[in-house]
Design a protein around this ligand. Structure first.
Ligand code: AMP
Ligand code: ZN
Length: 148
């Protein structure tokens, strides 16, 4: 765990988040300044800054968690962007590896220039929808639902 890393604090549950998914190595939660409804971040629990630092033994867990969250987000829309901002010039603000999953709803709609904080009521609704596997398939083996 890195000191002063907000995502390490979320991973250890020292800081609050709307957690949607957790397994041994990964966690997913709602972005607090969403670019669109359902904007989700997927992280490795152990602190690393860059994808190139991810231990190969965790490739499967990481991609599996991203894929699982994409599957759940498909309840909202089948259109979304998955990406990483890697390095300050590329827009990285939090230096703990994270995959963004950003749902897209309307053709030609740009990302908002001013991002509003996550609405608590909508976050509760999204958590209900996205943290239970979406009711379409049982959880993958070896995974656990979020605690608490
Ligand atoms: P990046 O520019 O790729 O480093 O993106 C960092 C993302 O983390 C931004 O979209 C922020 O809104 C989001 N973020 C920062 N702090 C938190 C937090 N405490 N909980 C959830 N999302 C956060
Ligand atoms: Zn960290």
């Amino acid at each position: 765990m890195a000191e002063d890393c907000i995502f390490c604090s979320i991973a250890s549950r020292a800081a609050p988040a709307h957690i949607l998914w957790e397994d041994e190595h990964t966690m997913a939660f709602l972005d607090i300044f969403p670019l669109s409804r359902g904007h989700t971040l997927v992280i490795p629990k152990r602190h690393i800054d860059r994808l190139t630092e991810l231990p190969p033994a965790q490739y499967g867990a990481m991609l599996g968690a991203v894929s699982e969250m994409c599957r759940r987000i498909e309840q909202l829309t089948v259109n979304y962007n998955v990406g990483i901002n890697q390095g300050a010039i590329a827009g990285q603000i939090v230096f703990h590896l994270h995959f963004h999953i950003i749902p897209r709803y309307r053709e030609g709609e740009a990302f908002p220039r001013r991002r509003l904080p996550l609405d608590p009521a909508d976050a509760a609704e999204l958590s209900r929808m996205l943290s239970n596997g979406g009711g379409r398939a049982p959880p993958r083996e070896g995974t656990a639902p979020p605690k608490g």
